[in-house]
Design a protein around this ligand. Structure first.
Ligand code: HEM
Length: 420
């Protein structure tokens, strides 16, 4: 089959709409795609749009935005260590962060960029001015150390919040792990996401409450929400095909269903920085790559089916009696059918840190999952462990866990009921 390529063409209309999961950085030229004729002919999904004028509310919803929200194109994720031992400082930081996030999610600045007095410092750093809200969501998480006697919050600790158990594939580095607070900023413009985290980090620093710990910049969503086409991870496979989508599964697996106000309606955020050994992967034969995932690369269909959304048939055998989907494939080990029905919401992003000391591509997946019990993540990851054919090509180099409180009503702030 001959390869065809289409000329690069910006798909941005006057209203700032951008089509398709393959759409790149807004405002820049859409990268040309080179694919087989079959793939090139696939029309963009009319529902899958980027709207730079889109806003999501920060206040007044049940849950924080950025979990159920259809994943935007970019993420900046940062964690912080608390440096002030004062409970009031923590409250003050969460209140200032909430007010600032609400303002930025509307597309606004968080204060004067150019103060009237020339010797004053601007309150907003200014680099998102004119870029629009770009569907920005800012999601805050509280790490295990927040719920300590130090802050008078030991009794408020959510039942599932604890450091994750050691897991088989851990190659964790302290510089990519841990944190007492997390900020997940997602937007359809990378500079809007970066601006949000930068200005929140500035508030943390200038109040002397928290110091930065680690950050990851993700440039392409690797999961899909309602109405979105399934994007691809850096191994070239569709990622997010069998993700949680419906309300019933959100209620059953994502939101914490019981507990006091301030806990109920929250969730647990598990973050893993997973390095992908791109050079090794790129030398692997396509038949083996498909066997690693249990899916076809181009269509995303399970090896037992023809279309992306066909339900995998783990019992199907070939003429020689071997399972068509290898039992050690990633999907066979992770699927709810083989984990007592347990599901997690994946909301991951591709990342790159450039080139490593060996001259290899330094890239991977910023895996983020939301679940109402961290044991659900541990269970799936423990099962994936060394058995997963994928584990030969990935290393888990970073790890963190946070409790994500429910949203705040207008006039309040994230986590306020915990201090009541
Ligand atoms: C770099 C690391 C990873 C890559 C490249 C990757 C890629 C994929 C791909 C391509 C699929 C199939 C499409 C889909 O249904 O979304 C998939 C499915 C899945 N993955 Fe991963 N994954 C990674 C890490 C993980 C981790 C750490 C977990 C959880 C511990 C996980 C859990 C799942 C689950 C639950 C499914 C759905 C299985 C099903 O229901 O069929 N993945 N992954």
């Amino acid at each position: 089959m001959t390869e065809t390529s289409r000329p690069a063409r910006p798909a941005l209309s006057r209203r700032g709409l951008l089509f398709g999961a393959a759409a790149g950085t807004v405002g820049a030229t859409l990268a040309a795609t080179t694919a087989s004729p079959a793939a090139a002919a696939a029309p963009p999904d009319a529902e899958d749009l980027v709207d730079l004028a889109r806003t999501y509310p920060f206040y007044g919803t049940a849950e924080q935005a950025g979990i159920r929200t259809p994943p935007q194109r970019h993420i900046v994720f940062m964690t912080f260590d608390l440096v002030s031992p004062q409970r009031a400082d923590l409250q003050h930081l969460l209140a200032r962060w909430s007010a600032a996030a609400a303002q930025m999610m509307k597309g606004g600045a968080i204060g004067r960029i150019e103060p009237a007095r020339p010797d004053a410092v601007g309150l907003d750093t200014g680099e998102a001015l004119g870029l629009g809200p770009a569907a920005l969501t800012v999601t805050f998480g509280l790490g295990p150390a927040v719920f300590s006697d130090r802050y008078g919050l030991a009794a408020q600790r959510p039942a599932g919040l604890r450091p994750l158990a050691p897991l088989p594939s851990d190659a964790l580095k302290p510089e990519f792990s841990g944190g007492d607070l997390s900020v997940q900023a997602c937007a359809d413009d990378p500079q809007v996401a970066y601006h949000a985290v930068r200005d929140l980090a500035r508030i943390a620093r200038t109040t002397g409450t928290a110091a930065t710990r680690f950050a990851v910049l993700g440039f392409g969503r690797a999961s899909a929400g309602p109405g979105q086409t399934t994007p691809r991870n850096l191994f070239g496979y569709k990622d997010g095909t069998r993700n949680i989508r419906g309300d019933a599964d959100f209620d059953r697996f994502v939101w914490i269903g019981d507990g006091p106000q301030g806990i109920r309606g929250g969730s647990y955020q598990v973050v893993r920085k997973i390095e992908m050994h791109i050079e090794n992967w790129d030398t692997d034969r396509i038949g083996d790559q498909n066997a690693v995932f249990g899916r076809f690369k181009q269509s995303g269909a399970p090896l037992s089916g023809r279309d992306e959304f066909d339900t995998p048939d783990f019992a199907l055998r070939d003429a020689a009696g071997a399972p068509v989907i290898p039992p050690a494939s990633h999907v066979a080990l992770a699927a709810p059918e083989n984990n007592d029905g347990v599901k997690i919401l994946r909301r991951s992003y591709n990342y790159t840190d450039g080139i490593n000391a060996l001259g290899q591509l330094d890239a991977g997946l910023l895996f983020i999952s939301y679940q109402n019990d961290p044991a659900h993540f541990e269970r799936i990851q423990a099962r994936l462990g060394a058995a997963d054919r994928l584990s030969e090509y990935v290393s888990h180099i970073g790890s963190a866990i946070f409790f994500v409180p429910p949203a705040a009503p207008e006039g309040s702030y994230i986590g306020a009921p915990l201090f009541a």
